[in-house]
Design a protein. Structure first.
Lengths: 290, 311
């Protein structure tokens, strides 16, 4: 072989090292590309993960308010007739066979039956007032939960319409006037919230108060029954998001696997480039081309 | 100015390469350069083999790591579900307890003549039956009786999971199966239409209250009254459901523990593979060093032989 001429092995070594140089470059570019894709996917994964956590908290709070509402409903509905029946039994004008016996039960040391009856009446009217405040509290809890923008996305639900049903009961009262002896809501409300009025009320007033309590409870029951579909909607949404999270996780896993492959391919290619260059030099020296 | 600097740099580089080529032309240095190149080839072969070993091991570790992440997610899911069941059972318990306490008090009061006038079965038991059996929520109980919800038979799905997790002769799948069968016996109360009692629960009729006070003489505990019978059945159903949830909690706890054991195995495997990777690289280095030394020995010998011939 003449000095200055490259042999076949040298050409092959140059071509292979050139090939691995290109491969290393392509691998590096692919790593950058996959890294960018993974950054976006990771961002989506984190966002979705946060959304799921937030949704879980919302569902949990929503359920807790529901439990609170159920506890109130179960407890109040059981007592719906209790005070009225007491007052009917203690009615001196329309005595039953048990009236005297019952009245005698209330005789204290000083023989004062009236104090006990007043106490029943005070508790009867207070139970309605407290119940209304309790419902206000539950509605406020719902209002806080509904502040989450997720409820805006539910087409079949309007939080404004829902909350409107509990702002004032005047409409509800006037719509159900047949259930009340007192047909004037303003007057009724004044009676209900006037201090120390209970002892002066007639049986007909007590009947209206009892029905008013029942009407509010029925309103609460009917309106909150509509929320069951929202709960289903939120659960479905959570399920969808969790499925999407799993899909993203698998995507990240696959991308990460490929990224690692490209990193290692890049490294091996660079080493192989160097290796074949060294082989080339070795061959050049041995063939005394230089 | 910039051009001058670049030109200077190029001049220096060409000068260096020329120096290198000149030194290569010198036969005395050839052997030395060959040695350096051979060391370079040896190091590059070592680097390639290390990279391949790392490539193989990292692929394995990567796969285990993702399995671990998936297992961590599964464990978290099972623990969250466990927490959910625990909350449901606690809520169920506190509601039942408070209802039992009130009903005991009512029953005590109703056992007197006047008490029986103040309280009726419709006041005490009917509302619970109405709310629990006619509400939209009640539809979810149908899953216990083989009905699919959103196209999923949840009970069958749970049973399949439990059966695949435990051996067939383990106590939990058997107990769970028995519990599901006993729950199914309460299907008839859920088939009754309690929504028809709406007007009775929300009754605004004054005369019906007067009737209860003045004329009716119902007992609060009446074993022939259908509402009372259904109420007791509903209570028993809740107790069965509570025990069912308890069994599910045991399964979830066992699964979470199993999941943790898989995580531990995965962690141990990663540590083992990392250690093995280091050891293989060290062994490969020494093996290649030995081979390099042998090749180098023969190459030096062959060059020295050629020189002697030339001389």
């Amino acid at each position: 072989m003449r000095r200055g001429k490259l042999n076949k092995i040298s050409y092959i070594a140059i071509i292979i090292s050139a090939f691995f140089t290109i491969l290393a470059y392509v691998s590096d570019q692919l790593v950058i590309n996959y890294e960018n894709k993974m950054r976006i996917l990771n961002l989506e994964y984190q966002n979705l993960s946060t959304e799921i956590k937030s949704l879980e908290k919302t569902i949990s709070t929503f359920d807790n308010v529901g439990f609170k509402k159920d506890a109130l409903l179960y407890s109040e509905i059981k007592q719906k007739n209790f005070f009225l029946k007491n007052l009917l039994l203690l009615d001196k004008e329309n005595k039953t066979v048990y009236t005297d016996e019952y009245l005698n039960m209330f005789v204290g040391e000083d023989g004062d039956q009236e104090w006990a009856i007043k106490n029943i009446k005070a508790r009867a009217i207070n139970s309605v007032r407290y119940m209304i405040w309790d419902i206000d509290e539950i509605v406020e809890d719902y209002r806080i939960v509904f502040n989450n923008p997720i409820f805006e996305e539910i087409i079949s639900f309007s939080k404004v319409n829902f909350l409107k049903k509990f702002y004032s009961y005047e409409k509800l009262y006037n719509y159900n006037l047949d259930k009340f002896i007192n047909k004037d809501f303003k007057n009724f409300e004044e009676i209900l919230f006037t201090k120390n009025i209970s002892s002066t009320l007639e049986l007909t007033d007590w009947f209206s108060i009892r029905n008013y309590k029942l009407l509010i409870l029925e309103n609460l029951y009917k309106e909150t029954e509509k929320l069951v579909s929202i709960n289903d909607h939120l659960s479905k949404l959570l399920e969808d998001k969790e499925t999407q999270l799993n899909v993203n996780f698998i995507k990240i896993k696959t991308k990460n696997k490929y990224k690692n492959y490209f990193i290692l391919t890049g490294i091996i290619s660079q080493i192989l480039t160097l290796f074949f260059l060294l082989l080339l030099f070795r061959n050049l020296i041995k063939q005394k081309v230089i | 100015m910039f051009k001058i600097i670049i030109r200077k740099e190029y001049t220096m580089r060409i000068f260096n390469i020329t120096l290198l080529l000149n030194s290569l032309k010198n036969n005395k240095n050839t052997q030395q350069f060959l040695l350096f190149i051979n060391i370079g080839i040896f190091l590059s072969i070592f680097a390639i083999s290390s990279a391949i070993i790392t490539f193989y091991t990292e692929t394995k570790i990567d796969s285990i790591e993702f399995d671990l992440i998936a297992e961590h997610n599964d464990k978290k899911y099972f623990e969250d579900t466990l927490d959910g069941f625990s909350k449901i059972r606690n809520t169920l318990y506190s509601m039942q307890k408070s209802e039992d306490d009130i009903i005991n008090l009512y029953q005590h009061s109703a056992s007197t003549k006047i008490g029986s006038k103040l309280l009726s079965i419709n006041d005490i038991y009917l509302p619970r039956l109405f709310f629990d059996l006619s509400s939209e929520d009640a539809k979810s109980f149908q899953m216990f009786f083989g009905e699919e919800i959103d196209g999923i038979d949840y009970i069958k799905s749970i049973m399949d999971q439990v059966n695949s997790f435990y051996n067939s002769d383990d106590w939990l799948p058997k107990s769970l199966d028995r519990k599901i069968k006993s729950i199914k016996e309460y299907a008839d109360i859920f088939n009754k239409d309690y929504s028809k009692y709406h007007d009775k629960v929300f009754s605004y009729n004054y005369s019906s209250i007067l009737n209860e006070v003045y004329y009716e003489d119902d007992q609060l505990v009446d074993k022939d009254n259908l509402i009372y019978i259904d109420y007791i059945k509903l209570r028993e159903f809740y107790e069965e459901v509570d025990e069912f949830f308890h069994l599910i909690q045991i399964y979830l706890t066992d699964y979470a523990q199993y999941s943790q054991s898989l995580i531990d195995v995965g962690n141990t495997e990663i540590i083992k593979l990392s250690k093995r990777e280091n050891n293989i690289i060290i062994i490969a280095f020494f093996l290649q060093l030995i081979i390099f030394c042998i090749i180098q020995y023969f190459e030096i010998n062959s060059i020295q032989g050629t020189r002697k011939k030339n001389a």
